[in-house]
Design a protein around this ligand. Structure first.
Ligand SMILES: NC(=O)c1ccc[n+]([C@@H]2O[C@H](COP(=O)([O-])OP(=O)(O)OC[C@H]3O[C@@H](n4cnc5c(N)ncnc54)[C@H](O)[C@@H]3O)[C@@H](O)[C@H]2O)c1
Length: 258
């Protein structure tokens, strides 16, 4: 399942799931581009990968900015000569607020990063993947694409949109051997999970309950998602495109009961 010497961009790789993905891909021999808005974290992850003997480059990026994304992709190709993979991982939760009271700016802020950002990155990357002869794009959505919490219309709809975007991009680019797939993680221990939890009135109860919500009796780790991303990026999944791979410890299969 080797990605040796293939260039892969991972957005939001300065923290959490993105960091886990970047580290695993680099350990597998990929040349990893850390496209991250938080400069200190992005630089630190690239530095740590290089210290471990991997190949990584930090390129400061705001995925919500078309100009920033286009510049990042050009810089990545100039640095490594080609582009094979893209992981659209950068995402924000936004503030909890029912739709009736949600400010337009808050809706736009979440969609600009989670959905429009993924579109910008894919659009800029695809011509380079065509030139390489094949490619793989992995979009990190969420189980919130399938089920919802009150107060998260912006987040849930951005993730549902990402699952749809995946299918359209897969159709358009299949003939060029560019595969596009979604991973929908369940609850993963990261700073984003902590921020989401902090907004819940019953945070302590949720924190205690989340283990039993999962048939596998634990929340996920960035490594759980990284292993799925590595599979969807590698040639081991070469006849898989357009799917939504739910990686959630079984969280979403329960309708009711134990
Ligand atoms: N943690 C979970 O439980 C969970 C569950 C399902 C889906 N997800 C999704 O996984 C992805 C990663 O989440 P995480 O939990 O690792 O969060 P995180 O907050 O730990 O990491 C997100 C990273 O994205 C970066 N980022 C934010 N805005 C950006 C922008 N405009 N441009 C570039 N980078 C930007 C942040 O600086 C941060 O480094 C997100 O898309 C999130 O929606 C997370």
């Amino acid at each position: 399942m080797s990605l040796k010497d293939r260039t892969v961009i991972v957005t939001g790789a300065g923290s959490g799931i993105g960091r886990g993905i970047a580290e695993l891909l680099a350990a597998d021999g990929a040349r990893v581009v850390i496209a991250e808005i938080h400069e200190h974290n992005g630089a630190a992850v690239a530095e740590e990968i290089r210290r471990q003997g991997g190949v990584a480059e930090f390129i400061p990026t705001d995925v919500a900015s078309e100009a920033s994304v286009n510049a990042m992709v050009s810089q990545a190709v100039a640095r490594f000569g080609s582009l094979y993979g893209l992981v659209n991982n950068a995402g924000i939760a936004g503030s909890q607020c029912e739709a009736e009271a949600m400010p337009t700016e808050e809706w736009d802020r979440v969609h600009a990063v989670n959905l429009r950002g993924a579109f910008f990155c894919a659009r800029a990357a695809i011509p380079h993947m065509k030139r390489f002869g094949k490619g793989s794009i992995v979009n990190i959505a969420s189980v919130h694409a399938q089920f919802s919490f009150a107060g998260w219309a912006h987040y849930d709809s951005s993730k549902g949109g990402l699952v749809s975007l995946t299918r359209t991009l897969a159709l358009e680019n299949g003939p060029h051997q560019i595969r596009v797939n979604t991973i929908s993680p369940g609850y993963i221990d990261t700073p984003l999970w902590d921020a989401w939890l902090a907004q819940q009135p019953d945070a302590a109860e949720i924190e205690a309950g989340t283990r039993s919500w999962h048939p596998l009796r634990r929340r996920g780790t960035p490594a759980d998602i990284a292993k799925a991303a590595r599979f969807l990026l590698s040639d081991d999944s070469e006849w898989i495109t357009g799917i939504n791979l739910v990686v959630d410890g079984g969280l979403s299969i329960r309708y009711f009961g134990r």
